[in-house]
Design a protein around this ligand. Structure first.
Ligand SMILES: NC(=O)c1ccc[n+]([C@@H]2O[C@H](COP(=O)([O-])OP(=O)(O)OC[C@H]3O[C@@H](n4cnc5c(N)ncnc54)[C@H](OP(=O)(O)O)[C@@H]3O)[C@@H](O)[C@H]2O)c1
Length: 291
């Protein structure tokens, strides 16, 4: 079976492509990216495909049976619903049988948060996919452990990690573990027609910080702050500020989802991947070893 991964130059695309290659061998796997030279998995075919062009994406999907559609990044001025619809249209045109879409976990409580605008785009694509007439799976991803771990490590200098997550529990998972499960959802038929949550352990912010302290030898404390304080914290980060206040609000909305319990969801990882997720501690060790 030929399986493709779109946005294969990104972190999740790369991890999924690498997992597919490990499971199936490179001959069965195709990476698709705006710039194929940026696909950092050797030994797989690399093709050009932009979410803005149905025709180019259909060409890239020629001969593909199953495709992982990685969700488009949140960038001001882009229409992510249309981008995802373009990929679905291209898949139909190319005769692809199945699409796995990488979405985001969520549940009751998310409507009242600043993440909901983004979440509605994910939910719209989920609905579009289910109505497209192809085999489909929605893989709702937990929050990337790698990213929040990075923020905790960088907080070590000041000694305190602050956000508005409070005491809420959140399903976290490393990008590499997500790649393993997503690859198997694309290659196997056991979860077709379902929405599955890809998470490992559900942890509070204080628990996450304590584990990071242990694994990375840090001495960071956790302090809950208000929504407004968290927006200001993000705007003080030059990388987030460069993406605009809307992004700072969206990311703060993720912590609102944590605080409200909307990200405290049951996990379907073991069913999806065919093995349990490794522990958060072991995921942290793997991230530490990788450097
Ligand atoms: N669950 C979470 O915690 C979490 C966190 C962050 C993001 N996400 C979501 O998950 C997605 C994947 O995450 P990631 O870490 O892999 O993101 P990433 O590393 O930022 O990669 C984004 C990918 O999207 C590609 N892309 C951007 N515009 C495109 C277009 N018009 N056509 C085709 N490809 C395009 C980029 O290609 P180039 O290399 O050409 O730029 C890159 O490959 C994100 O896009 C976002 O929707 C989830």
């Amino acid at each position: 079976m030929n399986i493709a991964v779109t946005a294969a130059s990104g972190r999740l695309g790369r991890a999924t492509l690498a997992a597919l290659k490990r499971d199936l061998g490179g001959d069965a796997v195709v990476g698709i990216a705006r710039d194929p030279a940026r696909i950092a998995v050797p030994g797989v075919a690399a093709r050009a495909g932009d979410y803005g062009s149905i025709a180019q994406m259909a060409t890239a999907l020629d001969g593909i049976e199953s495709v992982v559609m990685i969700s488009a990044p949140v960038v001001a001025g882009t229409d992510r619903v249309t981008m995802h619809r373009n990929v679905i249209a291209a898949a139909r045109r190319a005769g692809v049988r199945k699409i796995v879409f990488t979405s985001v976990i969520g549940g009751p409580g998310e409507e009242a948060t600043m993440f909901y605008v983004t979440q509605q785009i994910n939910r719209q694509t989920e609905a579009d996919l289910a109505a497209a007439g192809l085999d489909w799976i929605v893989a709702r991803n937990g929050l990337y452990l790698d990213l929040d771990l990075g923020h905790i490590i960088r907080a070590d200098a000041g000694g305190v990690y602050r956000n508005n997550g409070g005491d809420g529990r959140c399903g976290y998972i490393s990008i590499d573990e997500l790649g393993v499960a997503t690859a198997r959802l694309a290659a196997r038929e056991h979860c077709n027609g379902r929405i599955v949550n890809l998470t490992s352990e559900n942890r509070t912010q204080a628990e996450l910080v304590a584990l990071a302290n242990d694994v990375f030898g840090l001495d960071v404390g956790y302090e809950p702050i208000t929504v407004e304080q968290n927006i200001a914290r993000f705007m003080a980060d030059e990388h987030i500020a460069a993406r605009g206040e809307g992004v700072a609000r969206m990311l703060t909305g993720c912590f609102e989802c944590i605080q409200s319990g909307a990200f405290d969801v049951p996990s379907h990882f073991a069913e999806a991947a065919g093995r349990p997720a490794t522990s958060i501690r072991d995921q942290m060790v793997a991230i530490r070893e990788r450097g």
